[in-house]
Design a protein around this ligand. Structure first.
Ligand code: MCN
Ligand code: SMO
Length: 794
């Protein structure tokens, strides 16, 4: 018997692993057909607005509701059946915070929701909110870590002994390695507090599905299954009576990987009133109540030999954690990642670090693309350059001497990170060559008509991705990821449905996961449908964060597809009239001496014409749920070297990026175009951190950047054309050898750019060490250097 294959499913070449396939998801977005929470409407939908605290720290003495519409206003005491958000941690010294869905008795940051109001339109809801009168009694404000640390009464949270969330200590052979050092270099390095500013802010719509007798929460979230778990707990509902759907999400970057107060509030309204409610965060709310990331301070003391080889590092890290510890990652994630990742890709053997995370009257810290690694990379890379200056060598040379060499791989570093492979020094040399280091040094020697100074900077880092159980366990978080499952179903026409519990909110997984399936089963990616972001339709997953989706969930897709092959073979062999051993699976076909049958042919037999099946057919059929658990769960280590050339105007303090190159290695790339898009997007955010983005606070804890006129984002004119080169060192631990990379782009830019600026400023003796590097900070550094110069001369 010969069966012709269905030409519809004949796979064109070049859709599998490694192909630069255009993204399946882009057409709907380019045509304005995306389905975001703000696009949805339902009969009887009420819009929700929040009355937010104007004060940073105050007792709520009384609240008077307006005489008309009071029934549409909720205060904390009106939702007594909802629990506070409490993220516990197993970290020693950790003090837990209880975050009420609406402020209870006291407010702890400007923008904290105090009352919730609903009306047919958002405008009416806001008008009604304005009529709620709240009486406050001001408390001392802890607008920064130092002020907060000094507090003895009126502490941030009841029952606390001081205002510190958690303090972590690490000491690995520090004294032994530091004692012989010829050189000691000290630096203070800090990052400003900033927002994440996704295009779409928080967005949640909740209703009661009477048929399913279920609360349905449609939310812009990265982690629908975890949100279901915690909402059910907070609202005292059976897990099965809550369904969370994450539709199209307009960027998330970590902002949407935690339970948000507003999610809990709107879900409570729907549960209570059995009607649909929706809340859409506006830009001003985001900028005020969402300034919750990056604010780290590093006191670094590096011990090196006379050539600049690092022997030991002593660091003190202070993190301004804001008012509340978020669920599930807790505030412990930030110091935990900082202490673990500070040593970066370097091979030194003595390490001591104290990381203190202090509670302040600001919005609570939320993981943001790169998490603590952007801060630690800045601190480490500025320190490496400072060492190079101290020993009079080129920063790339000193970096080169200190990086873990390829010959030492796999390598366990001083912080017990298990680097899986790659050539870190080669990535740096490649970046140096791509940016044409020698000619930049030459240009620096030439005087320029415009008076600008040229500088070149480097940064090398590792991005621990897809961290597993053991890593999260050391961070003490209440939910610890272990493994992921995928369901793969062959459809009756030979297409595929893939169901995964992670969520793609811009990463391109609808395409890349289809490419994985195509690689194994040969089905055309146009006929592969990925279902994600719906707890009612997908296997459980802790969700998308920590650049884990490809390795974990993509790994499960790969395993599931592989597990379908013997089933397809068995049916196909029967259709061909041959024994299983006599056929093979090749590019979407079962092939034997007597001919070939396609996946579609097999599917037709299975679903529609079982009379053609072998008598001993496996009744589990052409659908499977299978899991992926990493062999080594310390994560897969992507790494990269970034190099940048800048022109600095010492008169105006303006920095222009002239050239930017990236050499990265995320193992096997599923889709290099997606990897590049992820990297470039991350770099754009990193440039924001380096040069523009900041929410300053005054002493009263008032945020001073509440519009996009004061909160500066890089735009098309600030983000340069970038050049990228890939190494592909397969991970020995993952499917296809792929490593996660979704955050990497955002890790290195502040380090590379500030190093480049410092290189430019060398003739002036000035040095910068703070983000964002605003013109004012840059001019201040030059002025400080002049004062020092004058004093030295005197
Ligand atoms: N990929 C690939 N080959 C590799 C590695 C990754 O083709 N070797 C592809 C993946 O298939 C996937 C994408 O690159 O399509 C990112 O994969 P991965 O590194 O696994 O990261 P996640 O999918 O888990 O995404 C999370 C990560 C994080 S933690 C943040 S923060 C972030 C980021 O992704 N937020 C983003 N990138 C973002 N991109 C957009 N557009 N929006 C966000 O909110
Ligand atoms: S900050 Mo990314 O969601 O881990």
């Amino acid at each position: 018997m010969t069966t012709e294959s269905n030409p519809h499913h004949a796979a064109p070449p070049g859709q599998g692993v490694g192909a630069r396939v255009l993204r399946k998801e882009d057409a709907r977005h380019l045509h304005g057909k995306g389905n975001f929470v703000a696009d949805m409407s339902m009969p009887g939908l009420a819009e929700v607005a929040f009355l937010r605290s104007p004060l940073a720290h105050a007792k709520v003495v009384a609240a008077r509701l307006p005489p008309e519409g009071a029934e549409r206003v909720t205060l904390r005491e009106g939702m007594a059946d909802a629990r506070d958000i409490v993220a516990d941690s197993t970290l020693p010294t950790y003090q837990r915070s209880a975050q009420p869905p609406l402020a209870a008795g006291k407010v702890r940051f400007v923008g904290e929701p105090v009352a919730m109001v609903y009306a047919p339109t958002r405008a009416e809801a806001e008008d009604l909110a304005e009529l709620v009168e709240v009486e406050y009694e001001e408390l001392p404000v802890y607008a920064d870590a130092d002020t907060s640390r000094a507090a003895t009464d009126e502490l941030m949270h009841a029952g606390w002994g001081d205002n510190t969330f958690v303090t972590l200590h690490a000491d690995k052979d520090f004294e032994a390695h530091a004692k012989g050092a010829a050189l000691v270099v000290k630096r203070e390095i800090s990052l400003a507090r900033q927002c994440m500013v996704p295009m779409e802010g928080k967005a949640v719509l909740a209703y009661w599905d009477h048929q399913a007798d279920q609360l349905v929460v449609v939310s812009a979230t990265q982690v629908p299954h975890m949100i279901r778990t915690v909402l059910a707990e907070c609202l005292d509902l059976d897990q099965a009576r809550v369904r969370v759907i994450s539709p199209d999400v307009g960027g998330a970057f970590g902002y949407k990987c935690v339970l948000q107060q507003e999610e809990l509030c709107v879900a409570w309204l729907a549960k209570t009133h059995r009607k649909p409610f929706r809340y859409i965060e506006d830009r001003r709310e985001h900028l005020i109540a969402g300034a919750n990331t990056r604010e780290h301070k590093y006191e670094m003391t590096a011990y090196a030999d006379e050539r600049g080889r690092l022997l030991a590092l002593d660091a003190r890290i202070t993190i301004d954690g804001g008012a509340y510890s978020v669920w599930p990652f807790t505030i412990g994630l930030e110091p935990g990642q900082a202490v673990g990742n500070l040593p970066g890709p370097y091979a030194f053997r003595g390490y001591r670090c104290v990381t203190e995370c202090v509670a302040t009257n600001k919005p609570g810290f939320v993981p943001y693309r790169g998490v603590a690694r952007t801060g630690v990379c800045l601190a480490m890379e500025l320190t490496i350059d400072a060492i190079a200056r101290a020993v009079g060598r080129e920063p790339w040379e000193v970096r080169q001497d200190n990086l873990v060499p390829a010959s030492a791989m796999p390598y366990v570093n001083v912080a017990n990170k298990h680097f899986d492979g790659g050539d870190y020094p080669a990535s740096l040399l490649k970046a140096r060559d791509m940016i044409d280091f020698a000619s930049v040094r030459q240009r620096q020697r030439e005087t320029r008509d415009d008076g600008r100074l040229i500088g070149i900077g480097f940064a090398t880092y590792t991005e621990q991705s897809a961290h597993g159980t053991s890593v999260f366990a050391t961070w003490g978080t209440p939910v610890i990821p272990g493994f992921d499952q995928a369901t793969v179903r062959v459809t009756p026409d030979g297409g595929l449905e893939i169901r995964v519990g992670v969520h793609s909110h811009g990463q391109g997984m609808e395409t890349t996961f289809a490419q994985i399936a195509h690689e194994i089963l040969g089905v055309d990616i146009a006929s592969i449908k990925m279902l994600h972001g719906d707890t009612g339709q997908t296997p459980f997953s802790t969700g998308t964060y920590a650049s884990r989706s490809l390795v974990m969930s993509g790994g499960a897709v790969s395993r599931a597809c592989k597990a379908l092959v013997p089933r397809l073979l068995h049916i196909g062999a029967h259709l061909l009239g041959q024994a299983d051993e006599a056929v093979r699976f090749e590019r979407g076909h079962v092939v034997g001496a007597s001919g070939r049958v396609s996946v579609a042919d097999v599917a037709r037999a299975w679903f529609i014409d079982p009379s053609r099946l072998p008598p001993d057919v496996d009744p589990t059929g052409l659908e499977i749920t299978i899991g992926y658990k990493p062999k080594v769960d310390t994560g897969a280590f992507t790494y990269a070297s970034h190099a940048v050339t800048v022109a600095v105007d010492p008169q105006t303090g303006h920095v222009e990026i002239l050239d930017y190159v990236i050499v990265e290695d995320c193992g096997t790339m599923i889709n290099p175009m997606v990897v590049e898009g992820q990297t470039f997007g991350g770099v754009a955010q990193g440039i924001g951190t380096a040069l523009y983005e900041e929410t300053p606070y005054d002493r009263n804890g008032q945020p001073l950047a509440s519009t996009l006129a004061d909160y500066m984002l890089p735009g098309a004119t600030e983000v340069p054309h970038m050049r990228i080169h890939h190494f592909e060192t397969p991970s020995p631990h993952t499917e296809f050898g792929a490593k996660g990379m979704g955050e990497g782009g955002a890790i290195a830019p502040p380090a590379a750019i500030l190093n480049a600026v410092n290189d430019a400023l060398r003739p002036l003796g000035a040095e910068v060490s703070q983000t964002p590097l605003s013109p004012r900070r840059l001019l201040q550094a030059i002025a400080d250097a002049q004062v020092v110069g004058t004093l030295k001369a005197a």
